[in-house]
Design a binder for this molecule. Structure first.
Ligand code: PLP
Length: 820
């Protein structure tokens, strides 16, 4: 790549870089860019944890022996270490251990007293751009009768835009007994914007009084520091929020399931508590309603047994971090983010259109305001948005790990993506929910791509990502330029949507491939001389002379195909022996090519005459398992029946025994694999409502049109490493037809092959599986990249069929195909 690193300034010394290369084996060959999701632990950190736990005897801190004394002391030490990390001490703050930032927020929402008399006079104020863990607080406090106020991005910055009034505190006398709570993030987990921490003091001085009519409550601030503290120093000796929450895996990767709530001493009085359990009481009578909670805050709030081994492990996390001063880390992640942001900003397609739409709250020039996060969507050269699922498929292929969607921050997502509440409700009604795969609805994105850096991120991580973006999404030679709007925009706080915005693709654009396909088919429709054919009682056509060309089954799910040479029986559950077997891992889940590409080298052969399924693998002797299990056999293996989950369905199967398991484990180099066969016996007992589906993942038959394969082969670049003759195999269809034009099959509703009738259940959406060369197991970017580009991210290829006739039937190569 043309190295335009002008936007990157080195922050780390050579020693730090060498240390990172040495310490993070787990991300050596991968490009890990989801540190805001979870950051990484270092090798020596984990070694120290192991050494610590294996050389010390740690007992339950509630017991009284020396082992528990040790635990108790180390846990207390960790409280001091945490306070020290945040530049404060136990005179000013208490530490309550929780399971994470979310649990800390929840705890305060349940126990914060909005008025001392137990009433609900106070207010709860939050930002639209808060994490869902904060939005959830709203529900709890609203139910308690507290008034809730949501401030959007402009509201809150407007509110604080005035000069500080030095009299603010003096003129204000809070009304006794009414408490209000303001919650905001120190850093936005969507855009990386760092919010001003001086807001805390001004809120305490009554800045938010203007939001409410009469009472003057005492104001408390909860700082959601979960994202901020991962790569920034929070100095509680300068800014003193009343509550702070953190999750430790976001700071140094390990342990998970542990966080803390820091409570300022002066705010302790606001936390009331009802529940107690474990060590949080001094006395509790079991038959009488009498108990007394412990006076020390954390002793009162940490119900049950602490996660003490995790707490002990914190020490080694802090130690690992101590090699990287927080100020340096902030600058390092900022520098990486700036580099990525500016590179994407300048990168344009050959036609001069931008490649990315960046969702930024700052211009990436000020480390005080911007953290190590870059959020964006990619654009095609015609201005259409690339769906994040398509992007994710490419990223997976390149071992690039990042987060897509809305990152649990629907408010920020909505603001940046310019989605109205109506849009969101419409998306929801259209079936889109958080975390699903619906990346585009009517061409509008439902989420974005987030890159986030951690203290051990490298410059090469940014470069791997940029290389991938260029390789997979850039149309033509790159054009590097600073966009005009960026130059013009003096306060470059926000992408101007009109200048860098989404252009809705013109359906009739002549140079647009997908639309010309559409046009072609439309033309076809108008000039078609319909040749009607009566198939039983239905009128179907065979214009185009479609015929069944080839037939494949996949006896073992995700392994190689077996091509049928002449004819085959269609039974209750589809083509017989199709996906009748599957391979499971020691944890009992089905192994697929997504995890193990070598599976495509396991080649099954059906030997009916010998009653055997023969499995082959390069360099191994073949092995046989019986096709039909006789009664006796079944009795023996019945004990080995296992239940497995296939795409959400529980399937019962029979274990095929130790020999073949060993053989498979040896071939694939994974211990503990088992071959499981669908248990047809048990199936028959159940009432059959829907047609039974064997171990195939979605439906019974996948039909592929050879003309469509040819269309794709013509478009895949010859030097892409994707052998065009291999394309058909990659799609793993059952029924391959010839005749007619490409993509005609996409319009069909019903078909009939020979005498067997099918209905079309839908189009097959394609994923990274088609990037695996089925003859070698190697991954290539094609043909997914071409398919995604040609279809604007809606990657569909082939149609799913289910049979509508019920009796067993036979289909033959050469059978005529009728359609409707
Ligand atoms: C991650 C995060 C949370 C939630 O943290 P958990 O560890 O999942 O409880 C809350 N707020 C922000 C800003 C975050 O980044």
């Amino acid at each position: 790549m043309a190295d335009d690193s002008s936007d990157y300034s080195y922050v780390y010394e050579k020693e730090a870089i060498a240390y990172i290369d040495e310490e993070f084996d787990q991300i050596k060959d991968d490009c890990y860019l989801d540190h805001a999701g979870a950051t990484m632990y270092s090798k020596s950190q984990m070694r120290n944890v192991a050494d610590d736990l294996s050389s010390n005897l740690y007992g339950n801190p509630h017991s009284l022996g020396t082992a528990s004394r040790l635990t108790h002391d180390v846990v207390d030490q960790m409280r001091f270490r945490i306070l020290d990390h945040f530049r404060t001490n136990s005179d000013e703050y208490s530490v309550i251990f929780t399971s994470g930032a979310t649990a800390s927020l929840k705890l305060v929402s349940e126990t914060f007293n909005f008025s001392e008399d137990g009433g609900a006079n106070g207010h709860f104020v939050y930002l639209q751009d808060n994490h869902t863990s904060v939005l959830g607080m709203r529900e709890v406090v609203a139910q308690r009768g507290v008034k809730v106020i949501c401030l959007n991005h402009e509201n809150i910055f407007d509110l604080f835009s005035d000069a500080v009034n030095t009299d603010e505190k003096k003129i204000r006398r809070p009304v006794d007994g009414i408490n209000s709570l303001f919650v905001y993030p120190a850093q936005c987990n969507f855009s990386g914007l760092k919010y001003p921490l001086w807001w805390i003091e001004r809120v305490r001085n009554g800045k938010l009084d203007s939001l409410i009519d009469n009472d003057r409550p005492e104001w408390f601030t909860f700082l959601d520091a979960a994202s901020y503290v991962a790569t920034n120093k929070l100095n509680l000796s300068i800014h003193k929020p009343d509550f702070v929450c953190v999750s430790f895996y976001k700071i140094f990767g390990y342990p998970t399931g542990l966080g803390a709530l820091l409570v300022r001493k002066s705010a302790e009085k606001t936390l009331g508590k009802i529940y107690y359990g474990g060590g949080t009481v001094e006395i509790s009578l079991s038959s009488d309603m009498f108990h007394s909670k412990r006076p020390v805050l954390h002793e009162r709030f940490e119900d049950g047994t602490l996660s003490f081994l995790s707490i002990i492990s914190l020490r080694h996390g802090f130690d690992a971090l101590s090699k990287f001063p927080a100020k340096v880390v902030s600058r390092h992640v900022f520098s990486l983010a700036r580099y990525l942001h500016h590179s994407l900003l300048k990168l344009h397609h050959a036609n001069g259109e931008p490649i990315a739409r960046l969702y930024a709250d700052t211009d990436y020039e000020d480390c005080q305001k911007q953290g190590g996060i870059v959020t964006f969507n990619l654009l095609r050269s015609n201005g259409e948005i690339v769906g994040f699922v398509e992007f994710l498929n490419m990223a997976n292929l390149h071992k690039i790990h990042l987060r897509t969607g809305c990152f649990c921050n629907p408010g920020a997502c909505q603001r940046h993506l310019e989605l109205s509440n109506e849009d969101l409700k419409e998306h929801f009604n259209a079936g889109h929910v958080c975390g699903d795969q619906r990346d585009l609805i009517d061409g509008k994105p439902t989420g974005a791509i987030r890159v986030s850096f951690g203290y051990m991120s490298r410059k090469s991580d940014v470069e791997s990502l940029l290389d991938m973006v260029k390789k997979c999404f850039l149309n033509g030679p790159e054009v590097i330029k600073i966009p005009e709007w960026w130059k013009e925009c003096k306060i470059k706080v926000k992408n101007n949507p009109n200048k860098n915005g989404i252009k809705v693709a013109n359906e009739n654009e002549p140079n647009n491939e997908a639309s010309s396909i559409k046009k072609q088919t439309v033309d076809c429709e108008t000039i078609k001389v319909v040749k009607e054919v009566r198939v039983e009682d239905e009128i179907m056509e065979n214009e185009g002379g479609f015929r069944l060309k080839r037939l494949f089954i996949y006896p073992v799910k995700s392994c190689a195909s077996y091509e049928i040479s002449n004819s085959w029986i269609i039974g209750d559950r589809g083509l017989i022996y199709d996906r009748e077997w599957m391979i499971t891992t020691p944890s009992g889940v089905c192994l697929t090519q997504k995890q193990e590409t070598k599976m495509c080298l396991v080649k099954p052969i059906i030997r009916q005459a010998e009653n055997s399924l023969e499995l082959n693998f390069p360099g191994m002797p073949s092995i046989q398992v019986p096709l039909k299990i006789n009664k006796l056999n079944t009795e023996i293996t019945r004990t080995e029946i296992s239940q497995s989950k296939i795409c959400g369905h529980r399937v019962e199967g029979i274990d095929c025994g130790a020999d073949v398991s060993e053989w498979l484990s040896l071939c694939l180099g994974r211990p503990g694999l088992r071959l499981i066969r669908q248990n047809s016996e048990s199936k028959r007992i159940k009432p059959v409502k829907k047609p039974e589906i064997a171990f195939s993942s979605q439906a019974q038959y996948l039909l592929i049109n050879q003309a469509s394969i040819q269309w794709l082969a013509d478009r895949v670049p010859p030097d892409s490493g994707c052998d065009r003759d291999s394309i058909l195999d990659r799609f793993r269809g059952n029924i391959i037809i010839e005749g007619g034009k490409s993509f005609e099959e996409m319009k069909w509703e019903k078909i009939c092959i020979g005498k067997t009738r099918f209905q079309v259940d839908g189009k097959c959406t394609r994923c990274q599986m088609i990037c695996i060369d089925q003859s070698t197991g190697n991954k290539t970017v094609e043909p997914l990249r071409t398919l995604a580009e040609e279809f604007h991210g809606k990657i569909r290829f082939g149609i799913y069929l289910s049979r509508t006739t019920s009796d067993s039937s036979v289909i033959r190569i050469g059978d005529t195909l009728f359609y409707k």
